[in-house]
Design a protein around this ligand. Structure first.
Ligand code: LMR
Length: 447
């Protein structure tokens, strides 16, 4: 155990606050006689001038939920699965894989290679692209979940792809904006969701795809769009593919809900596979946070479909150059779990059943929410919620209504009207429905 005596801490803190940074000292090597004299500034002053950062639009609310004292508080904010009792769930197939790993002498704690565990990557890519995936020409690296995958992919594009315009749906997962801007890409939006009808804005989407500069990057959600839960139908995908064919953008798929959306991992991969089969160039950011329940294990992949194996090797070398100075190599526990599950036929079967059971519970909460809203007297048309898919209900409530739900009823949700259905259960359903009814009654739920 490390212990500090109070006097040592005081001594350390006194020394730190006494440090005076001479800004000119840092630039001594390049300074010349004509350099302006920069006044010395104390470190205390410099740190005092750092402005406080804003709380995150999703995780900041989750933190506020944890801090809230109300006994009846409800967390429908973060997209993380909860069981019928409102508790986090470790999939039994994941536990089983951990047991297998624990008793396997070959499992160790060595560094993974920069590009991660390639046996895991192969399993993960087959899961996404399908059994006939052309793995020999897909450059794939293990990443820190979907966020890390977007970050590595975004950096790769910023470094090597000439068109720096990325178009993301409006709305999209809030972090997409920050990730891609952080990579140095110009983040633009395309129309996706029409808040006046609470439905997909197909016309707007087609028009914005057509109007985007040639060769732009298009970010598409593979399934269970976050935050709207509104996906194009097969027919609408056909129309979108026509424009994509005409315009030749680079497609960047984000896939965080495969299997978790419909309960069928193959069905949820349909849009991605259609685009790859049609021969379009594709990048894929894949996450195992939701569908394997591996949130804190930070487990995903980033892949680029290449023309051939030689191109794949070159791209792999550059992806490694991006990863090494960022975090050297990925953590190994989560990827070992996914590899172990997907390498064992029986365990894979068990996993698919468990994943489907999560999707089923969420789906039943979706219909129960709409039924209960009607039962408690809401006369609004909530059919858009029933039509949506995946983890979220995009209710149509505006930010003031969301604030009211949080401030008056201790129901914590994001301010865009998104509800994480996994946070609902038989204990809190009526309370949530009554509260939503109270704040939406007589007001519009379209914007
Ligand atoms: C969400 O959208 O709630 C999740 O993807 C969690 C996150 O990191 O934002």
């Amino acid at each position: 155990m490390v212990s500090f005596r109070i006097s040592t801490i005081l001594l350390l803190s006194t020394r730190v606050s006494d440090v005076v940074l001479s800004v000119t000292a840092f630039s001594a090597a390049s300074a010349d006689a004509s350099s302006p004299t920069v006044p010395s500034t104390s470190l205390e002053t410099i740190w005092n001038e750092v402005p406080e950062g804003p709380p995150d639009a999703i995780l900041g609310i989750a933190q506020a939920f944890r801090a809230a004292p109300d006994e009846h508080k409800v967390n429908v904010c973060v997209g993380a699965y909860r069981d019928a009792k409102g508790l986090p769930w470790v999939l039994p197939s994941v536990r089983k894989a951990e047991e297998i790993m624990l008793s396997d002498d070959k499992e160790n704690k060595e560094y993974l290679p920069i590009d991660g565990d390639q046996a895991y990557v192969a399993k993960a890519l087959t899961f996404a692209y399908g059994a006939n995936a052309p793995l020999e020409r897909i450059a794939g690296v293990q990443t820190l979940s979907g966020t890390g995958a977007c970050r590595i992919g975004g950096q790769f594009l910023a470094d090597f792809y000439p068109n720096k315009n990325i178009y993301v749906p409006d709305p999209t997962w809030g972090n997409h904006h920050k990730i891609f801007a952080g990579c140095g890409l110009n983040v633009n939006t395309y129309r996706y969701y029409d808040r006046s009808t609470n439905r997909l804005n197909l016309e707007g989407m087609l028009k914005d795809f057509k109007d985007a500069p040639d060769g732009s990057i298009l970010l598409l959600h593979a399934c269970a769009h976050n935050p709207t839960g509104c996906d194009p139908t097969d027919e609408q995908w056909s129309q979108l593919l026509e424009v994509i064919k005409e315009k030749g953008p680079l497609i960047f798929f984000a896939s965080a809900y495969q299997g978790f959306a419909s309960g069928d991992a193959e069905a949820d991969a349909k849009a991605l596979r259609r685009v790859v089969d049609a021969g379009f160039p594709v990048l894929l950011a894949q996450s195992f946070a939701k569908n394997f329940g591996l949130y804190g294990e930070r487990c995903g992949t980033l892949s680029v479909v290449c023309k051939d194996a030689a191109q794949k090797d070159i791209l792999m070398s550059q992806l490694k150059c991006i990863i090494r100075p960022m975090y050297s190599s990925p953590p190994r526990h989560g990827s070992s779990i996914v590899r172990t599950v997907l390498s064992d036929e029986k365990l894979t079967e068990q996993y698919y059943t468990e994943c489907a059971s999560m999707a089923d519970r969420i789906q039943s909460m979706r219909s129960r929410l709409v039924e209960t809203l009607k039962e408690v007297g809401s006369t609004h048309d909530w059919s858009h919620v029933t039509e949506q898919i995946g983890m979220f209900a995009f209710t149509g409530m505006n930010s003031e209504m969301c604030d009211e739900l949080t401030d008056q009823y201790a129901i914590y949700l994001t301010r865009d009207g998104r509800i994480s259905l996994a946070g609902l259960n038989e204990k809190n359903l009526v309370y949530v429905a009554k509260s939503i009814h109270a704040i939406t009654d007589g007001k519009s739920i379209t914007q």
